[in-house]
Design a protein around this ligand. Structure first.
Ligand code: PLP
Length: 362
């Protein structure tokens, strides 16, 4: 079986895959109510929050759309802090629904500067919310969210966070940092198949929800909340993925949150060290390089497509390429969720074999 080393979907432990095959249950019955409440409570432990938490059926992007349509009205000014493809995507979602998006972008491969975020808020005092990506999967960069959150909350603005590829892998204490809406997706660090998005909703976010007028139906947080009180989702949820998530959450909590974060930090560092030892260069600025996904610059003379093809055909390892303007310029290694030192060691050994065959002479 090929080893998936893309930044989502990620490999799933056998116990998790087994749960996908549990017999189906009535999503409006007592069994689902029990598992929904258990899974939600366990998710809140990982989110480090007492806020409400909605489990939505959809991909991460659906969760990003949910944050927009539940918090904003057409014409609302918002600051979009973007350091790559996913930050840009979220800004586009907000524009699509009529928000007046003020973009604050940084060079790809770099993190957002908290002071620049503060300056942008000062220059636009009438903005309602700030959208920020915690971990930009397209460039392999983790933003320093804590100081960014501080400037946003000190200014009294809503803080919306895309934590799709960081939550459960990189520390993000939602309540401590006062994040208002935080989105993640099941197929990233959670070790679960695709199908669910999660969204935490703070008290301040609920106040914004009361006034928000963007059109919404499927993603309506109000409907999610009223059905949650009955132990249900408003629509038929991806029940099997909820089963899988309940098993993976037990594994995450058993390893311990700090243990999981430290494993990701160790493996991130090991990947970066190994990449450099091969004579390659990281694309992401080392100061903010992500512990869930590494982006590596493809050196001149190396055929990146061939490199990835050979990694798969000769070593059974699936890597990710670059997106949009990074296509052909970088390749990416996902190391989030179920990942061990041994797997990264094997991956680095395989790269060493394959690199010369793809034209590397370094
Ligand atoms: C994967 C990802 C998304 C998109 O999630 P989908 O589940 O593919 O819709 C958005 N933002 C970030 C940071 C991601 O890693």
């Amino acid at each position: 079986m090929p080893q998936l080393r893309v930044p989502g979907p990620t490999p799933c432990p056998p116990e998790v895959l087994k749960a996908m095959g549990w017999p189906m249950i009535n999503h409006r019955g007592p069994e689902f109510k029990k598992i929904l409440y258990e899974v939600t409570d366990k998710l809140k432990l990982v989110y480090q929050t007492k806020n409400d938490l909605n489990i939505l059926t959809g991909s991460g992007t659906g969760g990003l759309e949910a944050a927009v349509v539940n918090m904003l009205s057409p014409g609302d000014k918002i600051l979009s802090v973007s350091i790559g493809v996913f930050g840009d995507r979220w800004a586009n979602i907000a524009r699509t629904f009529g928000a007046d998006v003020i973009p604050l972008t940084f060079d790809w491969g770099k993190a957002a500067d908290p002071d620049a975020v503060g300056d942008a808020i000062k220059a636009n005092p009438d903005i309602k919310a700030v959208m920020v990506t915690h971990n930009e999967t397209s460039t392999g960069v983790t933003n320093d969210l804590e100081p960014i959150a501080k400037v946003v909350k000190d200014a009294g603005k809503l803080l919306l966070v895309d934590a799709i590829s960081s939550m459960s892998s990189i520390d993000l204490p939602v309540d401590k940092w006062q994040c208002d809406v935080v989105i993640t997706g099941s197929q990233k660090g959670w070790m679960v198949p695709p199908g669910l998005a999660m969204a935490s909703v703070s008290r301040e976010a609920w106040q914004a929800f009361e006034k928000a007028k963007m059109p919404r139906f499927y993603w309506d947080f109000g409907k999610a909340k009223s059905y949650y009180e009955k132990g249900e989702n408003p629509w038929t949820p991806a029940v099997s993925v909820v089963f899988a998530l309940s098993v993976s959450l037990d594994m995450i909590l058993k390893e311990g949150l700090q243990g999981v974060f430290q494993r990701h930090a160790r493996i991130g560092q090991m990947t970066r060290d190994g990449i450099k030892a091969l004579g390659l260069a990281m694309f992401a600025d080392e100061k903010c390089a992500s512990n869930t996904v590494s982006s590596i610059a493809i050196p001149d003379g190396v055929d990146g497509k061939k490199l990835m093809q050979l990694m798969q055909s000769e070593h059974g390892i699936v890597l990710a390429g670059g997106q949009q303007r990074l296509d052909g310029k970088i390749f990416r290694i996902g190391h989030l969720g179920m990942v061990s030192e041994k797997e990264i060691e094997d991956l680095l050994k395989a790269l060493k074999y394959v690199l010369p065959k793809a034209g590397f002479s370094g």
